[in-house]
Write a protein that binds this ligand. Sequence first.
Ligand SMILES: *[C@@H]1O[C@H](CO)[C@@H](O)[C@H](O)[C@H]1NC(C)=O
Ligand SMILES: *[C@@H]1O[C@H](CO)[C@@H](O)[C@H](O)[C@H]1NC(C)=O
Ligand SMILES: *[C@@H]1O[C@H](CO)[C@@H](O)[C@H](O)[C@H]1NC(C)=O
Length: 404
Amino acid sequence: MRKAFLTVASLLATITSTSGRPYARAPIDEATLTKVRANAIASAQRSWEVGTLTEALLEYSWPQLSVFNDAGSIPPARQLFTSNYPVDVVKIATDIVEKKPNDSLALVQDGSVGDPASIGFAVILANWTRNDTSDNRFSVAAGSQLNYVLSHSPHTDDGAISHRTEQVQLWSDFVYMVPPFIAYFGAYDQPDAKKWLLQAAYDQCRLYRKYLQDSTTNLWKHIELGSWQDEKLWATGNGWAAAGMFRVLQTIRNSDVSDSFLDQQQDLLNWIEEIVKTAWNYQTSAGALRNVIDESDSFMDTASTALIASVTFRLAVLKGDSSAYISSANAAYDFVHRNIDNDGWLRNTVDPLTFYTPSSSDQPSPEAQSFVLLLEAARRDFQDWVDSEATLPSGGMVINKLYL
Ligand SMILES: *[C@@H]1O[C@H](CO)[C@@H](O)[C@H](O)[C@H]1NC(C)=O
Ligand SMILES: *[C@@H]1O[C@H](CO)[C@@H](O)[C@H](O)[C@H]1NC(C)=O
Ligand SMILES: *[C@@H]1O[C@H](CO)[C@@H](O)[C@H](O)[C@H]1NC(C)=O
């Protein structure tokens, strides 16, 4: 059986490569993904892990509600059918709102400005789709979180909001945690503030890039300003930045004011692509990114490899170019696949608390579990797009979807 399978798989690889249609060698099987997903839910505890998990669950299990669904709109319908109702995401949002201290503006108090905001979009979704319209807890909690980020947190003179509460310090992580939340809040039911909030989300991306981009490589440094810095080109940080900017871009594109933000969309696209393109220049022959992207003695890190590969699949769809960096993304996907163990844990991740050492063997990375779901969702959506393009009468015509 096993031999037959391998033969079919390698035959497929040959067929698909000669027809020019890009595929990873083999998709991760459903049973493994089910375990990965369960482990992601079981392990997420810290605020940013929970926020990242909610986004991963939405993209993986409820793609019709994700900002990457270009056939959908933001906001979605108020009343969702039970089969479309993101129960797990709403449950997480409900738990967070119920546990939130009444005197806290932030959803969670953990010393970070940015991390708790990562859960905010799930709270907005829970508010919007709730059946009990007299229940305003979610709306109040999301509004307080926004208020905290915009008006009660330290920032630079030119308006970059700090990732930390105790001092002004900018971390690339922030770009995944905060701008997508600000944009999402704006794209909902905010007729007066919508454009202002979408612009604010874009501006945070612009300012963070201004402070964190390394002028030699174009990749992003991890931490600037404040009492200490981390100027290494941390691969996960580059993934946070690229993936966060992509969520902002998609939120703008799928809002009803996208026509007013064409320049901003082009900028975000360019800034995402500059990270993706540069990162893969450093890809190892195993398909991996190193934990510090440009250091040849840094260890190969499955976590950032998964996150940046997910962005890459989505970038190809957005650009309408089924070959853009896809051989890199496929090699990365295969590398990640090989590193998922029989229990559904991604191995050989960076320790997300030290940034620069591998996770110990008994301590998996919760965020990396979510990155696998983000990667799978992006690969699946890419594959669906390639398949739908192939059935077009003109056969593989390239459509640049950015301005359509
Ligand atoms: C909300 O109400 C609708 C219509 O009664 C129902 O179909 C749906 O299952 C309800 N959603 C939840 C989460 O209870
Ligand atoms: C917040 O206040 C409400 C009553 O206004 C109370 O029911 C709830 O338990 C309080 N929550 C916390 C976490 O203290
Ligand atoms: C919560 O939902 C209501 C509609 O039920 C909407 O008017 C309100 O703006 C929403 N709040 C947020 C923060 O999106």
